[in-house]
Structures are given as C-alpha cells and as structure tokens.
Design a protein around this ligand. Structure first.
Ligand SMILES: [Fe+2]
Ligand SMILES: [Fe+2]
Length: 327
C-alpha cells in the first residue's frame, strides 16, 4: 500500500499529513518523493512533468530534420549537440516523474496513444533552415521564460532537473540568435528567409505560455501548491518585453500590428494569438500532430530489440551475481 492509498482510505490520518504538507509549502520548502503529498498534487505533477518530458522528446523532430541539411560542418555539430541536449532533458524529466511512481514505459505509451500531450509548438513544420535559428531564439527563449521560475518549484526532483535544463536552454537560445544574426548579415534572400520564419513562429511561440489566465482553470491550484510560480499572461508579457529589443537588434519585425510600447504600463501592448487555432492544435489537428506521433511510435517500435537485449543482459548479470554470492 502506498502513502497515497493510505491517505485515501484513512481520512482521519490525513489531517496531520496534510498539515505537514501545507507547512512545507507555506515555508517555500521542497516536497521530496518520500514525503506524503495529496493525490491531486501528485497527479498534477505527473501530468505537467510528463508533458514537459514529451515536449523535449518530440521537440527533437522539427530540428532533427535539418541535421542532414545543415550548411556546414560547424552548423551540423551545433545542431546535433542541441538536439542531443533535448533528448537529455527528456530523460531527466522522465526520471523526475518516476520518483512519483510512474515508469518511463507507461509515460511513453501514453504519449504515443495520445493520452498525454506535449507542447503545441512542435506540431508546426520547419520549412526552411532559418527555422533552426528561429526555434532556438523564440521557442527555446519562450521555454526559458516558462522554466526559470520552475527551478524554484515545490517538488524537489523537478526543480533540480530544471536548474540543469535551463543552463542548456540558454545555450540553445544564444545559438539560435547567433545563427539568425549571421543570416541577417548575409544576402537579401537570407534576410527574407529569416523574416519569413519569424512571421510563422511568432504567434505559435506566444501560445507556448498556454491560454489566457481567465481561461486556465488549473493555474490557481498549481500556484497555491507552489508548482507554478507565475501566471501564463505574466510570463507571456515577460517574453514579449524581452523579445522586442532582440528583434530590433536583429533587424526583423513581429507580425503584430498592435505591438507597441505602453509608457503607462511600462510594458509592450500586443495582440492575442488565434486561440481557436491553438485549441485545434492541442486537440491533435495541427499541421504535424499525426506525423510527430507516427515518427515517435516507429522509433519506439524500432528500439524494442534494444530494450529486450538490455533486459536480458541485466537478468543475466543478476543471475551471475546471485550464483557468485551463493558459492
Ligand atoms: Fe530542452
Ligand atoms: Fe532547448
């Protein structure tokens, strides 16, 4: 019987446990895997960390498609390293999720059956090489805005994974920006390619922060639990304010006629993304949803022999160790 089952069947016993949990959260301290936690807290974390892990893994696909077409050995090496980092991020996060009692195998099944989601952004195609730079700059940039506050999230393994991930994400953002800056110093055709790419990715990047606060029903509870530290709209505003001067330095514009500095607020005003499009993409009807999942499923099936061989090897090692111990 797990701690969670105990809590569910013995209501009287949950009060001191709940009080202890509330005190830890109230002090801004961390909950660790062996601590008691409410079922809802555990479920929310599993959903959020799994979705995050899946995003890292699916996010390898749009950029991975350009590894074989990178224009130089240097660009190929950078892109390869970046895509490998994303695989590593997925693994840290699946490991964090395992401490909550859910195996990586179960999570993978939920991803490829469509039962769990990943970030909507990775359902958009990468149509030109400039997209590699734009994804680094805007998509990894938006991820950093979302994830830096998560370094202080209340669940220990998640927060610790985020510290390492954020360091690598900031490298990703800079390599994207540097790539775009190089292209902007090239030919008119290259500059046009960058602007076209930014035009396609700007709105989907804003959608990465999730729906507006008044349409995000789970946010308040996540913030009360210290899982989430800032609201969707606050993070979106931070991202816009950060990106506008970077766009000016690059020499590109964002496709938003409402985007302007508001002196009174001390922030940029900006238009709303197409939230109907966002809901369609989340529901599985984006341009690449089917392709992304089919690719992930095939990779999982193609890797079955590796998992079987590793399991057989581990069993053999264990039996050798047992035989050795008995002798
Ligand atoms: Fe990542
Ligand atoms: Fe990244």
């Amino acid at each position: 019987m797990t701690a969670t089952d105990t809590a569910a069947t013995d209501t009287a016993a949950t009060d001191p446990l709940q009080a202890g949990f509330d005190t830890t959260i109230g002090h801004g301290d961390r909950i660790e895997p062996r601590d008691w936690m409410p079922d809802g807290y555990r479920r929310t974390l599993v959903r959020q960390i799994a979705q995050h892990a899946h995003s890292e893994i699916i996010g390898m696909q749009p950029e991975g498609a350009w590894i074989g077409r990178a224009p130089s050995l240097r660009r190929k090496a950078i892109l390869l390293a970046k895509v490998q980092d994303e695989a590593g991020h997925g693994l840290y996060l699946y490991s964090a999720c395992e401490t909550l009692g859910v195996s990586r195998g179960e999570l993978t099944e939920k991803l490829i059956s469509g039962a769990q989601k990943y970030s909507s952004i990775f359902n958009y195609p990468t149509l030109s090489y400039a997209d590699v730079g734009t994804i680094g700059w805007l998509v990894d940039g938006a991820a950093i805005c979302n994830q830096v506050p998560l370094c202080r999230t209340s669940f220990g393994p998640y927060g610790r994974a985020m510290i390492r991930i954020c360091k690598e994400e900031s490298f990703h953002q800079r390599q994207g920006y540097e790539l775009l800056m190089t292209m902007m110093q090239g030919t008119d055709e290259q500059r046009a390619m960058v602007q076209e790419s930014v035009n396609r990715f700007w709105w989907p990047a804003l959608m990465m922060f999730g729906p507006p606060d008044d349409e995000s029903p789970n946010s308040a509870q996540s913030m009360a639990w210290g899982i989430k530290r800032n609201s969707n709209d606050d993070l979106r505003q931070r991202f816009v304010d950060m990106s506008v001067p970077q766009a000016a330095a690059l020499g590109v514009t964002f496709p938003d006629p409402e985007l302007r500095w508001n002196d009174e607020r001390g922030h940029h005003d900006f238009g709303q993304p197409d939230w109907d499009e966002f809901m369609q993409v989340v529901k599985g009807n984006g341009p690449c949803n089917t392709q992304r999942i089919a690719h992930r499923r095939k990779a999982h099936e193609d890797g079955a022999w590796v998992r079987e061989a590793a399991t057989a090897y581990a069993a053999k090692q264990a039996s050798v160790a047992t035989a050795g111990g008995a002798a």
